[in-house]
Design a binder for this molecule. Structure first.
Ligand SMILES: [Zn+2]
Length: 245
């Protein structure tokens, strides 16, 4: 076991998990990267994106050199988990939609499991055992109806030929995209105010030009949305408080 660990420390970096002290690092090898990039995800997962062909010893020393930063980030993530609300499906509970809070009202008969009527989320009492799924489905439907038209002017301005917007559960990312021009948006994004939804859209549309988060990528974002840094900071803060069961 110890011998194997030592052998591994001497080899080239491979994709997979790498243990550095108490830290477990998820290693992703990207052939055209030039340097190591460390990220701490919202679920406290630590990812190292590394160029192909760098050796383990170099990666380990890079991680060690940034231990302080990693632990600070992990602390922030723990604080975030503490502010994330737990919602109860009782009359009076508030749920956000496009940046505004609406109170829930349980009703005995309604045409649909969830409806937003006159500033109230009406939810059928009979559906309470599926309340979470029903409300998520409602956000997804709203997203499907609202996001394509919202994205359209940005897509034109950015010459980003978006093929399709899929609204779904995306784990700890607000958006992602694929090489066929498809963009995925997390249903929880529909809780954000429109100016922050726009940032998520612009970010993903920019990825249709550049897959990475290079300087060139951020230049594409900045051209379309000169105040993106302010919005990104707001999203970081507000995103941590969204309902995300
Ligand atoms: Zn991105």
């Amino acid at each position: 076991m110890a011998a194997a660990a030592v052998a591994e420390q001497l080899g080239l970096v491979r994709a997979g998990l790498l243990q550095v002290g108490r830290l477990e690092i998820d290693v992703v090898v990207v052939p055209d990267r030039r340097s190591v990039r460390l990220t701490v995800e919202r679920d406290a997962r630590i990812t190292a994106t590394v160029p192909a062909g760098i050796d383990v010893a170099l990666l380990v020393s890079t991680v060690k050199g940034r231990r302080r930063w990693i632990y600070d980030k992990l602390d922030e993530r723990t604080d975030e988990a503490a502010v994330r609300p737990v919602k109860e499906f009782v009359t009076g509970e508030g749920f956000n939609y496009l940046g505004r809070s609406y109170r829930l009202k349980l009703v005995d008969d309604a045409r649909a499991p969830v409806r937003l009527v006159r500033g109230r989320f009406m939810m059928r009492r009979d559906d309470l055992d599926r309340a979470e799924d029903e409300l998520i489905a409602w956000y997804r439907d709203r997203g499907r109806a609202w996001l394509p038209a919202r994205a359209e002017p940005w897509a034109q301005r950015m010459r980003a030929p978006v093929q399709d917007i899929v609204v779904r559960r995306l784990g700890y990312r607000w958006g992602s995209c694929n090489r066929d021009g498809g963009v995925n948006i997390h249903w929880a994004v529909m809780q954000l105010p429109p100016n922050l939804v726009d940032y998520v859209l612009v970010h993903e549309l920019a990825h249709l030009h550049r897959k990475d988060h290079s300087k060139e990528f951020w230049a594409v974002v900045a051209r379309a949305m000169p105040d993106y840094e302010v919005r990104r900071a707001e999203l970081d803060k507000l995103g941590a408080t969204l309902w995300l069961p």
